[in-house]
Design a protein around this ligand. Structure first.
Ligand code: PLP
Length: 351
């Protein structure tokens, strides 16, 4: 650390992204990317947009907002696009957390990092013994509430009624629902932004839309909240969405059938792999996302992670005490998952 680094930030521990190794070809099941490549239409759109990268992109991001508004049945002033949904989360911590924040003790690892970066005090509410969010504990908390739904890395989802009960019980606090994985659960709370002015629902193109590399995220809320978020955006980087991402994003939204098909395949594979893992003695949470969260009495969480890595398969292990026996396994193609199952069988049976 240099002597110039801001004293207030000298204890900041940055977020650790999942490994993106270069030294060898792994079967990558560690960062919940989509297993399927983007469609041909997306590639063509990017190529077409590339000829005008000498110009700045549209800072209003009009075409994307309009398209998304039509899909979601909203006004375009109820939508904002950001450089990944990580950016919208950061903006929310900057804009709306003067009174502090709450989120589960086990959830997306970026929430506490953004809280510290923005000088926001936060409290972590423990998940129940079986790793669920108890909605009752999120009522009248007096702080901005962050809930990933489905939650990460457990994959467990709250029902829409449970979310709505939290939103209703906190009329003077903001509730942020992070729907990074909602396409896989098939249930979104986004229409609720038309009813509640204390709700922000965010989403991303990284998980279900085959586009983690273009860094495109978005949020829905009432016009006033979106306007505040645009104040932060225009005070940070009005050109946060580059022209190539904009073109790719638009092409993705114009081909929703392609996304739907990939989501369907992913969910089918998830359920198949879950049954196979159960047969090998694994416990799996009721994941509604594009990953499984699993543990076994036959092998420790750490040993499974290390053993698979040695054998060319990357999964995600977290060292947090409560979940150290678990691993999060992204759902890949059927062929990739068959190799995973075969390898796990060999490892577990050899012991
Ligand atoms: C992956 C993820 C995000 C961030 O996605 P971006 O790639 O930044 O759009 C946000 N929240 C959760 C819960 C995630 O798992």
């Amino acid at each position: 650390m240099s002597k110039f680094f801001n004293q207030k930030l000298n204890t900041l521990v940055p977020y650790t992204p999942g490994e993106q190794p270069k030294e060898q070809e792994y079967i990558k099941l560690n960062t919940n990317e989509c297993a399927y490549a983007p469609s041909e239409k997306v590639l063509q759109a990017v190529e077409k947009a590339a000829v005008s990268v000498n110009l700045y992109p549209d800072p209003a991001c009009d075409a994307l907002c309009e398209k998304m508004a039509r899909i979601a049945g909203m006004d375009k002033q109820q939508i904002i696009f950001t450089n990944g949904s990580d950016e919208i989360l950061n903006f929310i911590f900057t804009a709306f957390c003067e009174n502090g924040a709450v989120f589960p003790d086990i959830t997306y690892g970026f929430y506490p990092v953004f809280a510290r970066l923005n000088g926001v005090k936060y409290r972590e509410i423990p998940l129940t013994q079986d790793l669920r969010i108890n909605p009752e504990e999120y009522k009248n908390v007096g702080k901005t509430i962050f809930i990933a739904n489905p939650n990460a890395p457990t994959g467990i989802a709250l029902k829409r009624e449970e979310l709505e009960s939290i939103i209703r019980a906190n009329p003077d606090n903001l509730v942020v629902i992070d729907e990074a994985y909602a396409d896989f659960s098939g249930e979104s709370a986004r229409e609720l932004v038309n009813i509640y002015d204390n709700l922000i629902v965010c989403g991303t193109f990284s998980k279900s839309r085959s586009a983690a590399g273009i860094r495109l995220g978005f949020a829905f809320a009432c016009k006033e909240l979106i306007s505040d978020l645009n104040t932060i955006r225009f005070s940070t980087n009005p050109y946060n969405i580059n022209s190539l991402s904009m073109a790719a994003g638009l092409a993705i939204l114009e081909d929703e059938a392609y996304t739907a098909e990939n989501v369907k395949k992913t969910v089918r594979t998830r359920e198949r792999v879950k049954e196979l893992l159960k047969k090998e003695g694994f416990y799996c949470t009721d994941s509604k996302a594009n990953f499984l969260f699993v543990k076994s009495d036959k092998i420790s969480g750490e040993a499974l992670y290390r053993g698979l890595k040695q054998r060319g398969i990357l999964i995600r292990h977290f060292s947090l005490e409560r979940i150290r026996e678990y691993n999060r396994i992204s759902i890949g193609t059927d062929a990739q998952m068959d190799i995973l199952i075969k390898t796990i069988k060999e490892m577990v049976e050899r012991k």
